[in-house]
Write a protein that binds this ligand. Sequence first.
Ligand code: PLP
Length: 380
Amino acid sequence: MEAVLSASLATLETEDLRRRLRSGGPQSPADDGLLNFASNDYLGLATEPFLIEAATEALARHGTGSGASRLVSGNLAPHEDLENALAQWKHTEAALAFSSGYATALGTIPALVGPGDVVILDKLCHACIIDGARLSGAILRIFPHNQVDRLESHLQWARERHPEARILVATESVFSMDGDLAPLLDIVELKDRFGAWLLLDEAHGAGVFGETGGGLAEALGVSSRVEVSMGTLSKALGCSGGYICGARTLIDWLLNRARSFVFSTAPPPANAACAAAAVRWMTTPEATARRARLQGHLELFHKLRPEVTRPESAIIPWILGSSAAALSASRALQDSGMLVPAIRYPTVPKGRARLRITLSAAHTPKQITRLADALTAPCA
Ligand SMILES: *Cc1c(COP(=O)(O)O)cnc(C)c1O
């Protein structure tokens, strides 16, 4: 086995596609040892004292592990508290928490559609949505990134050819590697017109968009038209885990049929407790202030590097083309004390390798300026 795998690794190496773990990565976005422009901790919550306190308290009260799946004996008070907080935040009847965002998609999509049904995805959807769709056994249709006319023709095709099928449209609100937004109003109109369901992954939208940080759907006033509202607790919320918010019947169905929920031990209670605290914090004036601070940083970056189109989210793609160019730009930044990861195939298409810059409210304007000044490689 080792000879076979070594050869495969060597191939990755020659293609500049081999990945390695970094040791001791900076946690805080504003860590001065190595300034972190790689984290998805957009509001700087991961090191927030009140969240650490919530986790510590739950740890002391409930212990380290949950002991069993939620349906067996692992359903502890913090899990229910988290789900109540999520439903209240997203204005839905109910919510269900999973151990990760990845597990959320992997469990949810196959619970909703199966062979004979149709799943329609944006080309740039996250791996967990693609994997969930494949696992479901449903017919898979992909539309070019954000092209709603192509989505429409897939919907038309699905309705004509499979009149009895369930049709699920899945997209992200904020695309994880490009930072651009889905044309959500058009998508909602279309899926309603064809009687399809929408799964909206707000992994990078929640916490950042909307008056209470509910996400892009909240910002555009279409939350109530999204059947399956998905998100992660591991990005702007600074904790870990994933969730679905929606109708009570949807949640009741998922807790019966989402295999990544049913057959997995409940997340640690401490984790649920700090996530619940993070969710409740999202509607506070302090959260609004942090979102405004993040927007200010994005404005500043755009002012300093106007060759990049105005960032629509906290994610700024600095496209360089080849994997080698992206790696060398990332190394140069690291030598100047900044962590900006090179994102390569298969995370992004071949020839579209890039630096993926993420800004956080935890940064200072001075740090944003330092980054903008240090980016020497031209953005393609
Ligand atoms: C990160 C991410 C996920 C996965 O969430 P985790 O909690 O990290 O497993 C899902 N969807 C998108 C779009 C993501 O960027």
